[in-house]
Design a protein around this ligand. Structure first.
Ligand SMILES: [Fe+2]
Ligand SMILES: [Fe+2]
Length: 206
């Protein structure tokens, strides 16, 4: 891993997350790599689908559409990379699991009157999912037993860090930057609560 880390040691601060992942999570993922890969594959599928849905719903947001179109391709590329990793290991894709983390975050979404506030709200929520995914991929890239998987996860960590930044920057195009900052902080506080309440599961990325 010779590349300059996009997510430095104080990644918690960089990403803004208020609660670091419980270190026991990485140990639990080791029990069944197939399960974590299955969940990861669907996370990438949902990331691609969410970008498509934003494009469809807010097609008038030209800059966002232009910025997210290549992200759809990238996230789908991630899905395919995870699928290839499963294939290499002779493992099936498996079934999608209920995403308690994302469902809890979606429940926090505010129903703004203004359409542009609504698109920004969605982007802020997605930014948070990207940030937490990035933090978790970083842990896998450092502590998973399998050296090849560590390298595999390093690439995802870097990509999701970029997406987190992009989503926040896009949100600020449609909502006043100080309002984005305020809402982002509210999301971070709420997410820390979710993280505390959710059972730590080794077969889930979140
Ligand atoms: Fe991704
Ligand atoms: Fe992403």
């Amino acid at each position: 891993m010779s590349t300059t880390p996009l997510v430095p040691e104080d990644h918690k601060h960089v990403l803004g997350l208020k609660l670091p992942t419980d270190p026991r999570w990485v140990d639990l993922t080791q029990l069944s790599i197939g399960d974590i890969l299955t969940d990861h594959a669907y996370c990438e599928q949902k990331a691609a689908t969410s970008c498509i849905s934003l494009i469809q719903t807010f097609s008038e947001c030209t800059e966002m559409v232009r910025a997210l179109a290549p992200v759809v391709t990238e996230e789908w590329g991630h899905f395919r990379a995870v699928l290839a990793e499963l294939d290499k290991r002779g493992l099936p894709l498996g079934r999608q699991r209920k995403d308690h983390y994302v469902n809890a975050l979606r429940a926090f979404e505010r129903k703004h009157d203004k359409r542009m506030d609504r698109v920004a709200e969605r982007l802020i929520g997605f930014a948070l999912i990207e940030a937490r995914s990035c933090e978790r991929f970083r842990l896998l890239s450092l502590y998973v037993n399998d050296a090849q998987l560590r390298e595999f996860y390093h690439k995802f960590m870097v990509a999701e860090a970029g997406h987190y930044r992009l989503m926040i920057d896009l949100a600020a195009l449609y909502m006043a930057p100080e309002k984005v900052e305020q809402r982002w902080q509210e999301y971070l506080d709420y997410e820390a609560e979710i993280m505390q309440q959710l059972e730590i599961k080794g077969d889930r990325i979140h």
